[in-house]
Design a protein around this ligand. Structure first.
Ligand code: COA
Length: 246
């Protein structure tokens, strides 16, 4: 059976391609299982993750054929939500590179990323209520954090699909690139991240994700660790000596 998640590994990053183009990369149980496997790998060996889709789409939702058969017990198991939470909590940054449809669970997977970029063909939104369900894999709490409560309510309560320019204007994606340059743009972001200190990056992500009540204590603890890290000494000395050599 073909893999629904194609994974390409490098020393400092992993690219995961949702690869079920004949179903617009709809996220089925096999994809969720593969995402859990990928998370286990990246929890053990932290690297930047680039998430993207094959065939000109990111993902047109959770797999509706599987969703139709799910019952209350399945809702309580939070099948998609638990995988997307694990992705959001990965130690290193997650970059979503979006083309075409990013709908329903596909949009929620994108909301779990730290950075989203897209092509002008992006169509993103949450039409769940049109199918008699609600967006329950992160949209109701992550989307307000990304675009603000009012805009999140409009999207989730109407099911309206945003076009790329509007998604960029709302800050839902940070930049648009032609489809042929989308992955290069994602790798350029990963290159920038790779040039920085990994522990400082991981601590910054932890602080970004911490609830308000944990600030500023969390920064004190994390920065204290970085101040004692030899890498800080090395990087700052390199900076200062470069200046003195001029
Ligand atoms: N789950 C399961 N299958 C899906 C799917 C989904 N979320 N999205 C698309 N597919 C399947 C279609 O059933 C079709 O399969 P088939 O060829 O075996 O009939 C195939 O992918 C291609 O989709 P199709 O609808 O023919 O393409 P289109 O270009 O006309 O429309 C969409 C694309 C995305 C607008 C349309 O597929 C759609 O509305 N999908 C569902 C979106 C949605 O409600 N997502 C939220 C789910 S929570």
């Amino acid at each position: 059976m073909n893999e629904t998640l194609r994974i390409e590994r490098r020393t400092d990053r992993v690219t995961a391609v949702l690869d079920r183009p004949e179903k617009r990369n709809a996220i089925d149980q096999r994809t969720i299982d593969a995402l859990h496997g990928l998370c286990a790998e990246l929890e053990a060996e932290p690297r930047t993750l680039i998430l993207t889709g094959a065939g000109g789409d990111f993902a047109a939702g959770a797999d509706i054929a599987q969703l139709r058969a799910r019952r209350a017990d399945d809702a309580h198991r939070a099948i998609n939500a638990s995988a997307f939470i694990r992705i959001a909590e990965l130690p290193m940054p997650v970059i979503a590179a979006l083309d075409g449809y990013a709908l329903g669970g596909g949009a929620e997977l994108a909301y779990a990323a730290d950075i989203r970029i897209a092509t002008p063909a992006l169509r993103i939104g949450n039409p769940e209520t049109s199918l008699g369900i609600m967006a329950a894999a992160g949209a109701t709490w992550r989307l307000p954090e990304i675009v603000g409560a009012g805009r999140a309510a409009e999207l989730l309560l109407t099911g309206r699909i945003l076009r790329a320019e509007e998604a960029r204007d709302w800050g839902l994606v940070s930049a648009l690139h032609p489809a042929e340059h989308l992955l290069d743009a994602a790798h350029a972001l990963a290159d920038r991240i790779a040039g920085n200190d990994p522990l400082a990056t991981r601590h910054t992500k932890l602080a970004l994700r911490a609830p308000r009540s944990e600030h500023p204590d969390i920064e004190k603890t994390l920065q204290a660790e970085l101040f004692e890290n030899p890498e800080k000494e090395r990087r700052m000395t390199a900076f200062l000596e470069r200046k003195e050599a001029r």
